[in-house]
Design a binder for this molecule. Structure first.
Ligand SMILES: [Zn+2]
Length: 434
């Protein structure tokens, strides 16, 4: 293995080698120290010597090959983290120390390295840290070097690990080193690697977001992505299932977390997600509070993001309605009733949005007028446009006003038998197909 106790401190060969003038000098010196019993095993306190042959990487080994179980477990873990950047162990150790400190004050909390916690069960893959709280336990895994080069291999590796943890029935929270983050908030889009998609988590705050999004989308005619001007190229409805990505960044010993909540959209390259929240940083002390899970959120900021989301939604919806409404205003003045005046939208609550949707552009008189025109089969192009538009965006209101959509569609079919003007027909066909 790469580590040993030396002068009462844990050292690692990666850090020790650069302290010497050359590799040869390092091997020579460390070998000598080892022969004189300067290095011991951090786990069993047996003496360690340096092995540096031509084939194997230099490593510490127990004298007479009496390797202890814990060091074997650690060696396996060393192989597992070989792909990681030097930031990996820094981030892991800061998280480990912080959680361990909490463990001192919470008697039911136990924080261990993955290779320690799963030693007796001989797990082939371990999370970096295992937290046990009462009868519950979860793992924490940190991934660095998440980038396109090797994304395919990394994807395989992540899938394999996730499958393994699932088989072992262990929930694992994933942290991703944040240099890969790519977010475009004007289009509310996050660009991701496939590996990042695999590393999304589902936490209790994500479920709260699910509720909000369902509430907003169930009560409105416009899909969420349309209101927020998000390009969903597939044209398909987004599955309203919020998940989160936790990025972690280390600058020297300072660690910051940032949380991004999103709805996954394109599941092939370019991988995209609809950015639900604009992301924010969480301090270590807030992120790592252990409740049933890690808190990983700032409750106050999260509430504020939700409020912002609601008011952005209301504002965008209002702008949309305004845009659709304007072309008809001037042509509409001679019609029976005037348009309702537009209420102020700033800081609108959800309830108000829903109420406003019920007074969309036309009053009952206009809709009745349009439907009667259709029924008689002498509807003009302009009226056909309006009726199609109205039906498309206010389906549930039609029912509310006492019509069934299918009855109106039957009227459209009948009218198609009589009306020859292609400009009118095109809208009647649209109505039929709604
Ligand atoms: Zn040992």
């Amino acid at each position: 293995m790469q580590i040993a106790m030396y002068e009462q401190k844990q050292v690692s060969l990666h850090e020790e080698f650069p302290k010497f003038t050359s590799r040869e000098a390092a091997v020579d010196q460390i070998k000598k120290r080892g022969q004189k019993r300067a290095y011991t095993c951090p786990f069993c306190e047996e003496f360690l010597t340096l092995r540096a042959g031509s084939t194997n990487e230099p490593h510490f080994a127990h004298v007479r090959g009496k390797s202890c179980l814990m060091s074997q477990s650690y060696e396996q873990y060393e192989k597992q983290i070989k792909r990681e950047s030097s930031k990996h162990s820094v981030i892991r150790d800061v998280i480990f120390d912080d959680l361990s400190t909490q463990g001192k004050y919470k008697p039911d909390l136990k924080v261990e390295h993955g290779y320690q916690a799963k030693l007796n069960e001989s797990w082939k893959i371990v999370p970096d840290i295992v937290v046990k709280k009462g009868s519950k336990q979860f793992g924490i895994s940190i991934l660095t070097n998440v980038h396109q080069k090797g994304d395919e291999n990394l994807v395989k590796l992540i899938r394999k690990r996730q499958k393994y943890f699932k088989e072992k029935d262990l929930d694992v929270i994933w942290f991703v080193e944040d240099r890969e983050l790519s977010v475009d908030l004007t289009h509310r889009v996050l660009y991701l690697w496939e590996s990042e998609i695999l590393l999304t988590n589902k936490t209790s705050w994500d479920s709260k977001w699910d509720n909000l999004i369902h509430e907003l989308s169930d009560n409105n005619t416009y899909p969420l992505y349309e209101v927020f001007n998000y390009n969903n190229y597939g044209g398909k409805e987004l599955a309203y299932d919020v998940c989160s990505l936790y990025y972690v960044n280390s600058i020297q010993d300072e660690i910051t977390f940032s949380v991004y909540r999103m709805i996954l959209d394109e599941l092939q390259s370019p991988y995209r997600a609809f950015a639900v929240s604009t992301g924010y940083n969480i301090q270590l002390s807030e992120a790592l509070v252990i409740e049933d899970q890690l808190r990983l959120a700032n409750d106050e900021l999260e509430e504020r993001h939700m409020e912002l989301f609601k008011s952005n939604f209301a504002k965008a919806l209002d702008d949309m309605m305004q845009e659709y409404r304007e072309p008809y205003v001037s042509q509409h003045v001679e019609k029976p009733a005037p348009l309702p005046s537009r209420p102020k939208v700033q800081q609108k609550t959800l309830k108000k949005i829903q109420e406003e949707l019920k007074v969309v552009h036309w009053d009952d008189g206009t809709v009745t007028y349009l439907i009667n025109r259709l029924k008689r089969g002498n509807i003009t192009e302009e009226d056909a446009v309006k009726l199609e538009y109205y039906l498309r965006h206010n389906r549930e209101l039609v029912v509310f006003k006492g019509w069934e959509l299918r009855d109106i569609q039957a009227m459209a079919s009948a009218a198609l038998g009589r009306i020859e003007d292609p400009k009118v027909r095109v809208h009647l066909i649209e109505i039929e197909d709604l």
